[in-house]
Write a protein that binds this ligand. Sequence first.
Ligand code: GLN
Length: 513
Amino acid sequence: MSAEGKLNELTAHELSGLLGTGQVSAREVLAAVYGRIDEIESEMHAYVLLTREVAEQQATEIDERRARKEKMPPLAGVPLALKDIYCTKGIETTCCSKILKGFVPPYDADVVERCRRNGLVFVGKTNMDEFAMGSSTENSAFGVTRNPWNLDRVPGGSSGGSAAAVASSEAVVAMGTDTGGSIRQPASFCGVVGLKPTYGRVSRYGVIAFASSLDQVGPIAKDVRDCALMMNVLAGHDARDSTSIDAPVPDYTQALVGDLRGLRIGLVKEFMQYQGRSVDEDVSLAINGALARFGELGAECEEVSLPHLNYSIPVYYIIAPAEASSNLARYDGVQYGHRTPGADADIVEMYSRTRDEGFGAEVKRRIMLGTYALSAGYYDAYYLKASQVRTLIRRDFDQAFERFDVLVGATSPTVAFRLGEKTDDPLAMYLSDVCTIPVNMGGLPGMSIPCGFSADGMPIGLQLVGKPLAEEVLLRAAYAFEQSTDCHQRRARPVSEADGRRSAVARAGHDSA
Ligand code: GLN
């Protein structure tokens, strides 16, 4: 390894090889990651907490076990960033809300346990929109994260810290969650790969709940193979999550064959046009280019319309806030985190002052929307109606999957927007997820992979959607596409817009390298 400082830029599978043969140690890899963090984290703010001591202990243990010739799992020694929504035993977990400040969970989430067992090394907890409500990470109570491709832009959200950490090589792989797009949209904005598995494929035990009929957890990685390796770690039944599916777990890396003959791919019209508008021209060009590439790779491609997808945003903004208002009722100053001091004389006052101080504006907006939608007399008009339309959305998908194996389109209608650009306009912000939300409505697996760059140098994501439990089909299609491009090999070089010329030069230099 010529440049040891670049270990953090490698993929998990590359590192796995080097670690397995003893060419590098887990401690060296970790040092490279923290070296990168020391260099750029003050500008990026991808993390809300760095867990250096835990990580060093874990890395040392991996190295010692390897030295004893123990057989290690493939990802042992690979540095991982965890969204701050995962309960981590003994490590503060806030969901980036003031109301959970100081909360130290007494147990690990199922996926955190799995990652520990598989020897992944915990670099830190990443920034996110408060309670995962948002599309830009600007709703975090602890400050914004910047997009590593352009520091004046958002990284997407709500798993923006996780996507930015991977894209800037401040982590090798990361965990996100996705209720309406929070893995796929930030992956798209940061030029990395994100996979939202089928609802129930991965346990949500120990994951702070937002909207329980939609929430799913999944990996964010530098390429498709890393995503498959992470799925091997994460997928599986867990009796502690009643929605967990008890189905056999394949070796997801077996799907990475690079051949698409016979695969039927549908380009979803509603992923390219919404509310009478088209996705950005650069995005549309890149997606159509990807479709042509799929054709060259042997897939049969056709356009398909799923008309009820047009109702996804209004349906989501009834269902998700309704479920959130119920899930968030537990934060009242009694059991977790923040309690307003000096308000103990009157319990109702204590609740209301604690919640007023503890929750940010977007979370309060969702609680109010949800409480209203569920209130007596309105339930039938809103929640019930939304549930019925959700069924129509699911049926559209079922019908489309009679003809197609994979549905594709844009992950988000635009590339990463500027910090502050949409903070005063919640509806504009909500539209950032117009292509991803329908997939959560259907409980389907969805993925975003880099498929090009806009004229101003920002990454563009291609979304792939599969039938329930068809993660392997998605991985197969994504891998074949990825192998035919170099998008996933480009690495972000964080610079701000004012320094745009330098940014372009850095990229050009990298391309020709
Ligand atoms: N951006 C969407 C929202 O604000 C989705 C968030 C998510 O997937 N967690 O609700």
